[in-house]
Design a binder for this molecule. Structure first.
Ligand code: IP8
Length: 259
């Protein structure tokens, strides 16, 4: 059975000013937290890297492919993600939430979920603690490292915990049929072959990666929402079953997607 649990990813374009290196968008984060703090359901939060982790991973040419990378780069990317995470955690404390930061290294081994650890996230969420994880550079064994994106974490956690609310918060309203006329796809049934807009990719695949991970999750039979996190009440609205502007990808077991 799918559990009463929300899994929410705040994208890097929401938690940071993407164009300004090492600049957190504290105002946007605080607004989202204000809405979220009034919704009582158990939650797990994930956040992206934006102008922190992505900025440094581009500079040091570190990718999702396990490889030998500059140790200074690995330390720098990780340190920047810890700094960004600390900002998010502090804002959550201010919003009277009970966050608990967990590094993705503690939840995964070679990009696979450590089941017991992932199950503990739900136990913690049921105790009104909000586990907060983030995209990061992780050790991949044999002197290799790789970027594990927050989007990938969404899929790993969804596959184990089957949350009933899975939300990717973006800086756009959802998925558009094409970028020119910006016609929003409000509901996407994975059986149909819809053409998604081609969008600019960043180091971990940007929107394309997000859509691919969302479709993977939907193929587990779980609904996935993509909503604009910069517009008030959209994330909270999904949690409260209020109809909001955005895209819902309807879950259907077995469908796969090659994006
Ligand atoms: O922003 C990747 O996480 P994402 C974070 O969810 C790093 O793709 C360290 C690049």
């Amino acid at each position: 059975m799918d559990s009463d649990l929300a899994l929410i990813k705040l994208g890097g374009s929401i938690v940071t000013h993407k164009e300004v290196p090492l600049s957190a968008n504290e105002a946007a984060i605080a607004k989202i937290l204000k809405d979220l703090s009034s919704v009582k359901m158990p939650k797990i939060l994930i956040h992206g890297g934006g102008s922190f982790g992505h900025y440094w991973s581009v500079k040091y040419d570190i990718h999702s492919k396990p490889d030998f990378y500059d140790p200074r780069g690995i330390a720098t990317v990780h340190e920047s993600m810890i700094s960004l995470n600390e900002i998010v955690i502090k804002l959550m404390m201010k919003s009277n939430m009970n966050p608990y930061s967990i590094s993705p290294s503690a939840l995964t081994l070679n990009h696979k979920p450590i089941l017991q650890k992932i199950h503990q996230l739900r136990d913690m969420a049921n105790d009104q603690i909000i586990p907060v994880c983030f995209g990061d550079v992780v050790y991949a064994g044999h002197r290799k490292y790789s970027i594990l994106s927050g989007d990938e974490l969404m899929t790993l956690i969804s596959s184990v915990l089957r949350p009933n609310k899975i939300i990717f918060a973006l800086n756009v309203d959802g998925i558009f049929t094409d970028l020119k006329n910006r016609k929003l796809i409000r509901r996407y049934d994975t059986g149909n072959a819809a053409k998604f807009a081609r969008v600019k990719a960043d180091v971990t695949g940007g929107m394309r990666r997000k859509v691919r991970e969302a479709l993977k999750i939907a193929s587990l039979g779980l609904d996935v929402w993509l909503v604009n996190g910069l517009k008030p009440k959209r994330i909270a609205g999904v949690l409260e079953n209020v109809e909001v502007e955005g895209t819902v990808i309807k879950g259907k077991r077995g469908n796969t997607w090659n994006a």
